[in-house]
Write a protein that binds this ligand. Structure first.
Ligand SMILES: Cc1cc2nc3c(=O)[nH]c(=O)nc-3n(C[C@H](O)[C@H](O)[C@H](O)COP(=O)(O)OP(=O)(O)OC[C@H]3O[C@@H](n4cnc5c(N)ncnc54)[C@H](O)[C@@H]3O)c2cc1C
Length: 387
């Protein structure tokens, strides 16, 4: 049986896979995108300005105002009754001369926008099937599909999420750490609007964050022990609305649930290298962490931007060009992946820490940020992923 040959295969139909498939095919590679049907993505993503600028320049979205909501302020409220509490702090984008830190988008709207762009590159074909096996050969990477077909690819891009088969079969080394916490998400209707400011209440078990979603609507991300979240979910809508009213400290008036709740288990995952012998990883296949400080999809889009830059710097008429791509991509991504993962991990652990020295460092840090404009500007730069 003859084996179909193709320059690049992108595995995974989430936001990472869609963005990567477009980037790779726009770079001129004959690309096959494996995107099996998946349940709708109910999450929302706060994307910082560099990520929004990338989406616009890559033609993945048009005017962000048509699908998202501007984020121009971040308010942090220490809702613990700890001995050393942090001050209430409001950060405004105007302090660094920006109109907004970024935009908050429903993932479903981003998916729709990315998908609508897929018909333009003539170099892109999509198959609604899974990858079932990956094996390296001398003349390429052999991929077995859910349909039984075998394909020989020069370059493989794994965008198949946290439980990535590409990562597992591709020989990547990963460190994974599970937490007892989970994230509960849903949309709320508040008595008073949040405006353009996202509000984080820091409770001892994890943050309770309200992100502006237009008018009186807010996206809730509540992190807590998964047993607490499951019990709250079981108690029903009226109980949840009363609980959220309390947790939001009555600051925004009444609270109603506008959508059902969904839970996501939390863990951290980091790979030692994001590229290995003709295979590269993007998105949660390469890095996953708790949704703290809005980093996951922001980092994913930097993966895709670096992949595009690597491809455009590679001479594909040379032999072994795909090996060079995986090596150069891994080198480009190494610093950013290490820094961002370490930052989110430290932030998450400091939010949950009950030890007095850690509380002191966190409270002291927020006081320092509150009082020092220069430190604030540096923190904004790190949080926004400015390079
Ligand atoms: C509650 C929550 C809130 C978040 N908020 C933010 C935020 O505000 N800002 C931010 O930047 N990030 C945020 N994130 C992170 C962000 O949502 C993720 O990083 C991003 O959506 C991951 O996209 P992905 O495409 O890598 O993975 P996924 O969305 O998991 O997609 C993986 C895809 O691969 C497919 N797949 C799996 N196996 C195979 C296979 N064998 N063959 C073919 N396809 C396969 C799956 O069907 C799926 O479609 C949040 C995450 C959570 C949980």
């Amino acid at each position: 049986m003859s084996v179909r040959q193709i320059e690049a295969v992108v595995v995974g139909g989430g936001l990472a896979g869609l963005a990567a498939a477009l980037a790779v095919s726009n770079a001129g590679l004959q690309t096959l995108h494996l995107a099996p049907a998946a349940p709708p993505d109910r999450r929302t993503s706060a994307l910082m300005m560099p990520a929004v600028d990338y989406l616009r320049s890559a033609g993945l979205i048009g005017d962000p105002a048509t699908i998202g909501n501007r984020l121009a302020g971040i308010r942090i409220i220490d809702a613990t009754d700890r001995f050393l509490r942090a001050p209430e702090t409001l950060f405004r984008a105007s302090e660094i001369g920006l109109e907004a830190f970024g935009w908050n988008f429903p993932n479903s709207a981003l998916t729709e926008s990315f998908t609508s762009r897929k018909s333009s590159p003539a170099t892109l074909t999509t198959l609604e099937t899974t990858l079932t096996d990956l094996e390296r050969a001398a003349d390429g990477v052999r991929l077995t599909l859910g349909t039984g077909e075998v394909i020989l690819a020069q370059l493989v891009i794994g965008a198949d999420g946290k439980k990535s088969l590409v990562r597992e079969t591709g020989g990547f080394r990963a460190r994974e750490n599970g937490f007892t916490q989970a994230a509960l998400v849903c949309d709320l209707l508040l008595g008073r609007p949040l405006g353009d400011t996202s509000v984080e209440f820091h409770y001892p078990q994890g943050p309770f964050t309200l992100v502006p979603a237009g008018g009186n609507r807010a996206n809730l991300v509540w992190i807590d022990d998964r047993r607490v979240l499951k019990e709250a979910q079981r108690a029903g809508k009226a109980h949840l609305a009363a609980l959220f009213f309390e947790k939001s400290q009555h600051l925004f008036g009444t609270v109603e649930l506008a959508t059902p709740t969904h839970m996501f288990m939390l863990s951290t995952l980091t790979v030692t290298s994001a590229g290995l012998d003709r295979v590269v990883l993007v998105g949660e296949a390469a890095h996953a962490f708790p949704p703290i400080g809005a980093q996951g999809l922001n980092l994913t889009l930097r993966d895709v931007a670096d992949l595009a830059a690597t491809l455009s710097a590679t001479n594909r008429s040379r032999p072994r060009w795909a090996e060079a791509v995986s090596r150069d991509y891994a080198a480009r991504r190494s610093g950013d992946l290490g820094r961002t993962s370490a930052m989110v991990d430290a932030l998450f652990r400091s939010l949950l820490a009950s030890m007095l020295p850690v509380q002191a460092v966190r409270a002291g840090g927020l006081w320092a940020l509150k009082l020092s404009p220069q430190l604030r500007r540096q923190a904004f730069g790190i949080g926004m992923g400015l390079r």
